[in-house]
Design a protein around this ligand. Structure first.
Ligand SMILES: Cc1ncc(COP(=O)(O)O)c(C=O)c1O
Length: 415
């Protein structure tokens, strides 16, 4: 088949697609595989019960059921849901929002596709703009989303070594070089893959830089505040007219309903909705149907504070301890787990690449994500990028424990 430039770029196996495929096939080849690679949230019975109740209430009401199955919403998404989100965020954080500042997407991944390509790529005057990642490593799901090549630039972080084998990345403002034509800054907070949470000062500084350049700051809150609140550290949520905050219902336990939420100034929401209409026509109704009432009643807050946050906090704590025990005196560092649900391990001076470690672990029935995928946009050849892995700790605790032991054993062999 003869493919267009778009066709070639978007159908080749690369980055996230290759990895996701590999994760899928690995499970077929070995059903006992310990899955520490993917981004599925953990199973929380309390959350599942609430979602079930909400859905049953909708199903029991013929009008609501019709709204759920029988109607297209506008490309901006369900008006009632957008309104509840705006009221909720305004009440929580004092942000000046109305429903016109909110749009819905079919998962935040598709929102990123539209938003990133709105601000980077070929410009009307023939010049090119890119998305700058002020701190790499970043979410590998962005990596292949550009309609054109050389879509991202990135700044290598500063590393702060902490006690007890922990470390933390910081935005290195002394190196921050936005490239010739930045179209937007983009960061996930908490960060996938590292579990880092950018400090309030870092966010304020990035906000200032973005304003000076007259470009938006895109903040990906897939794991953040106010929901799903998978955060183990104090941080102030950030939004203003120059910020595009992207939220998601996925990590609450609803990745299957595919609901993302964009919070931005009206002009951006309007532009996004036009593009969303072309790509998606409308968004799915199930996420809004389940969640509207949770926002209206404020139940979303108790759900996160009482169940979601403690579950992941405990898991992070246990997994760090398991790694400390298993890795002993090996030259390892674990990124301080401040949020999200991964541990990011850095094996300093590792004699094999993270890709090789991934292959060896797969053979032994443990799936992780090799870290080099997450350094897209960074031009310099930094050995660090081949010395890190991402490990999810949401699966069954016994399996996670086994996985930790296998990882430690393979790493020990490699040194
Ligand atoms: C940082 C980050 N952003 C966005 C997404 C996309 O999530 P969804 O499309 O399910 O909302 C993910 C999924 O893993 C993620 O980790």
């Amino acid at each position: 088949m003869k493919l267009s430039v778009f066709g070639e770029k978007f159908t080749r196996e690369s980055g996230i697609v290759g990895l996701m495929d590999d994760l899928g096939t690995a499970l077929v080849d070995n059903p006992d595989m310990i899955m520490m690679g993917g981004g599925n949230p953990g199973r929380l019975p309390e959350a599942e019960a609430i979602f079930q109740q909400r859905l049953e209430a909708v199903m029991a009401d013929p009008e609501k059921r019709h709204r759920l199955f029988g109607l297209y919403q506008s490309p901006r998404g369900d008006q009632e849901f957008r309104n509840e989100i705006a009221v909720f965020l305004k009440k929580q954080f004092g942000w000046k929002l109305t429903a016109n500042n909110v749009a819905i997407s079919n998962g935040s991944q598709s929102a990123f596709f539209v938003l990133l390509n709105m601000f980077a790529g070929e410009m009307p005057d023939g010049s090119r703009q890119s998305i700058h990642l002020p701190l790499t490593p970043e979410y590998l799901g962005y990596a292949d989303s550009g309609l054109s090549e050389e879509f991202f630039t990135a700044t290598r972080p500063e590393i702060e070594l902490l006690e007890e084998h922990l470390f933390k990345y910081h935005v290195d403002f002394s190196r921050l070089e936005l490239g010739r034509r930045p179209g937007a800054l983009c960061v996930s907070r908490p960060t996938n893959p590292t579990g880092n949470v950018l400090t309030d000062e870092e966010v304020a500084h990035l906000d200032e830089i973005a304003r000076q350049r007259d470009i938006p700051l895109i903040l990906d809150g897939a794991y953040g505040l106010p929901f799903p609140n998978i955060m183990f550290t104090e941080a102030t949520p950030h939004w203003n007219e120059n910020t595009i905050l992207v939220l998601s219902l996925s990590k609450l336990g609803l990745p299957g309903v595919r609901t993302g939420i964009i919070v931005a100034r009206e002009e951006i929401i309007h532009a996004y909705a036009n593009a969303n209409g072309i790509v998606n026509l409308a968004c799915g109704n199930i996420g809004p149907a389940i969640a509207t009432e949770l926002f209206r009643s404020g139940e979303i807050l108790t759900l996160t504070q009482d169940h979601v946050t403690p579950f992941y906090k405990q898991r992070a704590h246990n997994t760090v301890n398991a790694f400390r025990k298993a890795l002993g005196d090996l030259p390892y560092h674990i990124h301080k787990p401040e949020g999200a649900f991964f541990l990011w391990l850095w094996f300093e001076g590792l004699p094999i690449s993270s890709q090789e470690l991934y292959e060896r672990l797969k053979k032994r029935g443990v799936l992780i994500v090799p870290g080099h995928h997450c350094f897209f946009g960074l031009e310099e050849d930094w050995p660090h990028r081949h010395q890190c892995i991402r490990v999810s700790y949401v699966q069954d605790e016994e399996q996670v424990q086994q996985g930790v032991e296998v990882i430690a054993d393979e790493v020990r062999k490699a040194y």
